[in-house]
Write a new protein. Structure first.
Length: 287
């Protein structure tokens, strides 16, 4: 009994330290984002003398973080939409139906889990560049490179293995009696998936939305490579802002940009946290 109590206290201390290591920097960044430039030279670790919101206005207008925010929202939402339209039916079919070649498809999707997208971003760029050359007669200014929609498509394609892995595992946990009852009522396979199975798999779908949102929202390598023009997403724009503010020594604007990047992800997590644990514990394949 004494050893169990000691172990529990040890776990509580470790978790508390880990939580503080995350929460304290976030609070410090939030406070630093409302400081004036002079406060960073006087007492950079002190509390702000007031709420200086001009840093956010400057970040949105002068540093173009507003347009970068819209670009990130567009690519992330569109990438998630494409991903769910493709992955949910694919995961359902792989989990609930038996057909020739199913094991091969399942093996190929699972193999995609071991491929880091950062290692194949250059071949993807070269493939899109060749596509622009082939389409040069119709689109002389290019179509595939520096295109936010194409970036969303690449995001969705690279996230399909993980999404199918998690969703197919959840679909396998749903009893077959629901499909049998739907068949007796005359439901087609598509209607059964959309009206019965997909709503029952909502915790797992919410989980993949959160994980893929974070991956798309925080991506830097793919966006930097496929968007060489003026279109930028928040992580790339934030690096440009960081480089510029180091030269200008305007750290308040820099921290305001950091807050702009963090807030949407925090809001999404707060909205879906109740279903996150449920979806993760029920996911995973059983084959």
């Amino acid at each position: 009994m004494k050893s169990d109590k000691t172990y529990k206290w040890f776990i509580y201390v470790i978790l508390t330290l880990l939580a503080l290591s995350i929460v304290v920097p976030m609070i410090w960044v939030l406070l630093a984002s409302v400081k004036q430039k002079s406060e960073f030279y006087g007492d950079p670790w002190g509390l702000p003398a007031g709420v200086y919101l001009q840093n956010y206005f400057d970040a949105f207008t002068d540093a173009h973080m507003g347009s970068y925010l819209l670009n990130s929202l567009f690519t992330t939402v569109l990438g998630l939409a494409i991903l769910l339209v493709v992955a949910v039916p694919a995961a359902y079919v792989l989990a609930r139906y038996r057909f020739r070649g199913r094991q091969i498809l399942h093996l190929l999707f699972m193999g995609g889990l071991f491929i880091n997208v950062n290692y194949i971003v250059v071949p993807i760029f070269l493939m899109l560049l060749d596509g622009d050359r082939w389409l040069g007669g119709w689109f002389p200014d290019g179509l595939l490179i520096d295109n936010l929609a194409v970036l969303s498509l690449v995001y969705a394609a690279t996230a399909i293995p993980f999404t199918i892995y998690l969703l197919s595992g959840y679909f396998q946990t749903i009893p077959e009696v629901f499909e049998e009852a739907a068949a007796m009522d005359g439901c087609s396979h598509v209607r059964t998936m959309l009206s019965i199975m997909a709503p029952m798999a909502r915790p797992s779908i919410v989980t993949v939305i959160l994980f893929n949102f974070l991956a798309f929202w925080n991506d830097y390598i793919i966006a930097l490579t496929l968007l060489p023009g003026p279109n930028k997403t928040l992580p790339v724009g934030l690096l440009n802002l960081m480089t510029a503010q180091k030269a200008a020594a305007n750290y308040g604007r820099l921290y305001a940009g950091l807050v702009i990047v963090m807030v949407p992800a925090l809001i999404l997590y707060i909205l879906v946290q109740r279903r996150l644990v449920e979806g993760m514990t029920a996911g995973g394949t059983r084959e």
